[in-house]
Design a protein around this ligand. Structure first.
Ligand code: FAD
Length: 502
């Protein structure tokens, strides 16, 4: 077989999107995945008789006109996957406080105002800042002014980005809102991108919030269906997709890529796209002499987002019997916005924000109608698992399982007696799925110094070597990683002198 034009290393959502796009453009593409399954973090787990999505299966930012929905359309996935728009963004629970956030920015703003009437002005100001920031970021992408003019007059054209660029989400919310519960409620969007409001950049949080509030969509079957759909498109268009094929190194010649190496030998390619975690890519796959010191230094200073422990449950209770008003419930313990950060530094998972997805049975599955599938996620650190011996790990797992199950008690008066099957995934499991030693959920933490234009570009200092995935711009989550894979695909095609058909 002829050498491929492009080798994609890693079959996560970004790598699969890149391979599908390039194969449809008529390029020779080979995708090599180290694991025996595709999808990376986006997968489901068989727990006894039930296939439970480990991911929430929701993604944000797919409103009309958003480039991400055009990617789904371009790859023919709207037809195949039939994603459904969600009526609700989420339900927020803070102790006995409840707020169901409807989809649509205006409807959501009125729901927040109605929930915090004493802080109406603050809520409107905070959401107004989110909307202005997101609007300016969108305008920035379409700005046709010269780079020099944009740079010199930046504060005039983009005042919100200029003022808030170095601020965290917590700082923005503190300066706008008096009610601590309102701060916790609006800070929930930081948790949806893998960090606490104290660490998340105001801009990253604004983008996540506006994308979620405008139009979340659910992919039936979760991330696994998305990965499967992308893999099918790639294969049907002629891409070779190999699992159980870890790439052991990127083959370079000076600062130019020549291909990759696997246990079976060298695979030459004109372009290589790395969907592998950035710290692995530049820690062990790419020869450090091929990369200038400044890039490696920058990488050395970057911090990954949090990992997670995930409790998967099949419960014998129909969806209607559960006290959840949305398919995604964000549960806070207490109304101290900083408590979540403090809890993350301790060993217990009890005080941490928990996000719960209530899944309808997968399409075509024969799950009985009286069973509902649940995925509960709490942020976690891999260090406390990797550093523990077997006995300690078992204790920690028991503590996490019991604590999460107790906190899920709000869903049903006797939930624990209704559990038909359960499995706890720890950061060690997530690390095994991707090879990421930090098992981070969303690549780099979206802090002020690591979001927006501060994230790694698809281009690397090595000629012909590109990055795709959560570690690059625009960030983690299905939508962002699809966009990142698509951008890597476009740049690969351009590097090969291929005219792109859209
Ligand atoms: C519990 C949980 C819930 C989530 N819920 C949602 C959600 O509802 N909505 C949402 O949008 N996002 C969600 N996310 C985040 C989302 O799943 C990730 O951000 C996204 O899937 C990351 O995709 P990726 O392409 O960047 O890479 P990854 O998923 O990290 O994939 C990288 C791939 O590269 C492979 N690889 C690594 N090294 C090599 C090598 N040397 N050779 C060959 N292959 C290699 C890995 O095995 C892996 O398959 C969730 C994540 C988790 C864990």
């Amino acid at each position: 077989m002829a050498d491929p034009d492009v080798v994609v290393v890693g079959g996560g959502i970004a790598g699969l999107t890149c391979a599908a796009f390039l194969a449809r453009q008529g390029l020779d593409v080979t995708l090599l995945e180290r694991d025996d399954r595709l999808g990376g973090l986006a997968r489901s787990v068989k727990v006894d008789d039930w296939l439970i999505p480990a991911n929430f299966g929701r993604t944000d930012g797919f409103h009309e006109g958003d480039p991400k929905s055009r990617i789904l359309e371009h790859l023919g996935l709207l037809e195949r996957l039939r994603p459904t728009p969600c009526d609700t963004v989420c339900e927020i629970r803070i102790d006995d406080f409840r707020l169901t956030v409807p989809a649509g920015f205006d409807a959501a703003r009125e729901a927040f105002v109605a929930a915090f009437p004493a802080d109406e002005r603050g809520v409107r100001r905070a959401l107004g800042s989110f909307e202005r920031l997101a609007g300016e970021v969108e305008r920035l992408a379409d700005d046709s002014r010269s780079a020099a003019l944009r740079f010199l007059a930046f504060p005039l054209f983009y005042p919100a980005i200029f003022r808030l660029r170095g601020r965290t989400c917590a700082e923005l919310l503190r300066s706008r809102l008096r009610d601590p519960r309102a701060r916790v409620a609006l800070g929930a969007f930081a948790q949806l991108i893998g960090t606490s409001p104290a660490d998340a950049g105001a801009m990253a949080c604004a983008l996540a919030a506006t994308a979620a509030l405008r139009r979340p969509i659910a992919v039936p079957g979760g991330g696994r269906s998305l990965a499967q759909g992308l893999a099918d498109v790639a294969r049907e268009a002629g891409a070779e997709v190999r699992t159980k094929t870890p790439v052991t190194s990127v083959w370079t010649d000076g600062r130019r890529v020549r291909g990759v190496r696997t246990a079976a030998g060298e695979v030459p390619a004109k372009v290589v796209v790395l969907n592998a975690p950035a710290l692995v890519a530049f820690g062990s796959l790419v020869d450090r002499d091929a990369v200038h010191a400044g890039y490696l230094q920058r990488l050395g200073l970057m911090k990954p987002s949090a990992s997670a422990s995930v409790l998967l449950l099949a419960v014998r209770a129909p969806r209607a019997e559960l006290a959840a008003t949305a398919d995604l419930v964000v549960v806070h313990a207490g109304d101290d916005p900083d408590a979540h950060v403090a809890a993350l530094d301790e060993d217990s998972v009890a005080g941490r924000t928990m996000t719960v997805a209530v899944h309808p049975p997968a399409p075509g599955s024969d799950a009985p109608p009286d069973v509902t599938l649940l995925t509960a996620v709490v942020p976690d650190r891999i260090g406390r698992w990797a550093g523990a011996d077997q006995a300690r790990r078992a204790e920690q797992a028991e503590e996490a399982r019991a604590s999460m199950l107790a906190r899920l008690g709000f869903l049903h008066p006797v939930l624990s007696s209704r559990v038909a099957a359960s499995r706890l995934l720890t950061p060690l499991d997530l690390s095994e799925w991707t090879g990421d030693p930090d098992a981070s959920l969303f690549g780099w933490e979206p802090s002020p110094s690591q979001s927006g234009t501060q994230r790694l570009e698809q281009q690397t200092p090595v000629d012909g070597l590109l990055l795709a995935g959560a570690w690059t711009t625009p960030g983690g989550g299905y939508g962002n990683t699809m966009l990142s894979g698509f951008l890597a695909g476009l740049q690969s095609a351009m590097a090969l002198g291929k005219r792109v058909r859209m």
